[in-house]
Design a protein around this ligand. Structure first.
Ligand SMILES: NC(=O)c1ccc[n+]([C@@H]2O[C@H](COP(=O)([O-])OP(=O)(O)OC[C@H]3O[C@@H](n4cnc5c(N)ncnc54)[C@H](OP(=O)(O)O)[C@@H]3O)[C@@H](O)[C@H]2O)c1
Length: 402
């Protein structure tokens, strides 16, 4: 490793591209970035439109579309690059397989014989060809996609940073490490482009949507542009890993909104609201099944999908006049009660408190066991135990899914 680092950047780049075959044996040039079984040239459901300015409720925003990047252009753009995916968790799996199916040169770098190594083997990455220990993958790559867990990005940075030499591109899927650099110590080298592609969904969804011929929405951003091509590269990489639409943002905005959202309505607030509503029903003598049905089952099975499909007003309209009247009256009460909590949460994200907590917890050697204990507590809450029985009565219930 030391000898590689001391080589000049250009010779390192040449060496990297020599070592990486243009098109890897297990990555045939796919016919499409959509459904793999379709041999046809890529088409888009809505036709070719490309980058555009859209009016989002009165605010104009630029949206990039993958139709600007037909596969041939994408493959040509990256023909001299090797995408080195560092980490093969949820995002590594989804982004890596999509980029490979798109005919890009992809290699994976993970800890030898760890869980991710085994997973990568199962997915067809070949040791010594497309699967390497982390340092070797960085050595061979020109685009270093840091998809380790956020805590691991911080822990491994002192060892990995010197390997990210001039001419390479550093890629993240979260603004976490570089924005909170005072806490993570991830200070990007000055002479490389630093870009972000953050899919708005789990890595499994990144993969599923791609296989269905659709593409996930992703945020893209530039932290550092030394080549003048950083944004273009971010958009192209977003398409390469399976995005359909790319929304431009900054590293800061991406990480603030992401940490805030998952602590809020997406995950933290929803569990809190479910528990509070359920508790009052139970206190007033309602059975577990009734309390669960009125809190979770109807929400997830009937009402929230309507919001997803056509918006909140549509869902209200689809409900009884009685339900609608009550919801209209009580929504502002909940809004007022929750606004100060959301203000407090945003501040806690922005001032780094949430980052420090996350680094402390996820950096523990006992992290997996500690997490399992906390999740077991949730699994054992009456509401979720009742939920298992309610779910078992669904017509499409499959026992192995529990
Ligand atoms: N998951 C999502 O929904 C999502 C969505 C958008 C963006 N992101 C971002 O994408 C990035 C990757 O997230 P992820 O969810 O895919 O991560 P993850 O599933 O938590 O992946 C963890 C990876 O990090 C490796 N790792 C953990 N500790 C390590 C250490 N000390 N040394 C070396 N490797 C270590 C693991 O390897 P082993 O198996 O060897 O432990 C595994 O390959 C993060 O920046 C995340 O914020 C995630």
């Amino acid at each position: 490793m030391a000898s590689f680092v001391s080589r000049s950047a250009s010779s390192a780049l040449r060496a990297a591209s020599r070592r990486a075959p243009r098109v890897l044996a297990n990555a045939p040039r796919a016919a499409s970035y959509s459904l793999l079984s379709k041999p046809a040239a890529p088409t888009h459901r809505h036709g070719t439109r490309g980058v555009k300015t859209l009016d989002f409720a009165g605010t104009k925003e630029l949206v990039y579309e993958r139709s600007d990047w037909p596969l041939a252009k994408l493959q040509d753009y990256f023909k001299n690059d090797t995408l080195a995916l560092i980490g093969y968790g949820s995002q590594g799996h989804g982004q890596g397989l999509n980029a490979r199916d798109n005919g890009l040169n992809v290699i994976v770098g993970v800890r030898k014989d760890g869980e991710s190594w085994k997973q990568a083997l199962e997915d067809g990455w070949v040791p010594g060809e497309t699967l390497f220990p982390i340092e070797e993958a960085i050595d061979r790559g020109t685009i270093i996609m840091n998809l380790l867990s956020d805590a691991a990005q911080s822990q491994t940075w002192p060892k990995l940073a010197p390997l990210i030499t001039k001419g390479k591109t550093l890629y993240f899927s979260h603004g976490f490490s570089v924005v909170f650099k005072d806490d993570t110590k991830v200070v990007a080298p000055k002479d490389v482009d630093v870009i972000l592609v953050a899919p708005k969904g789990s890595g499994r969804t990144v993969r599923t949507l791609f296989k269905e011929g659709r593409g996930i929405n992703s945020s893209i951003a530039v932290w550092q542009d030394v080549t003048g091509k950083a944004k273009e590269k971010a958009v192209a990489l977003a398409v390469g890993v399976g995005s359909g639409y790319m929304y431009e943002t900054t590293f800061e905005k991406e990480v603030y909104s992401d940490l805030y959202g998952e602590r809020g309505v997406l995950m933290g607030a929803i569990q809190g609201l479910f528990l509070a509503q359920y508790a009052v029903l139970r206190k007033n003598g309602h059975t577990p099944s009734e309390a669960f049905n009125e809190t979770v089952e109807e929400a997830t099975q009937s009402l929230y999908p309507l919001i997803g499909a056509k918006g909140m007003d549509y869902m209200y309209n689809a409900c009884s006049t009685t339900a609608r009247r009550g919801a209209l009256d009580w929504a502002p009460v909940f809004e007022k009660a929750n606004l100060p909590i959301f203000e407090q949460l945003y501040e806690s994200v922005k001032n780094g408190t949430e980052t420090r907590k996350s680094l402390e917890f996820n950096g523990r050697s006992t992290y997996r066991e500690d997490l399992a204990k906390e999740l077991a507590v949730i699994d054992n809450q009456e509401i979720w135990r009742a939920g298992k029985v309610v779910r078992s009565l669904r017509p499409d219930y499959k026992p192995e899914s529990e």
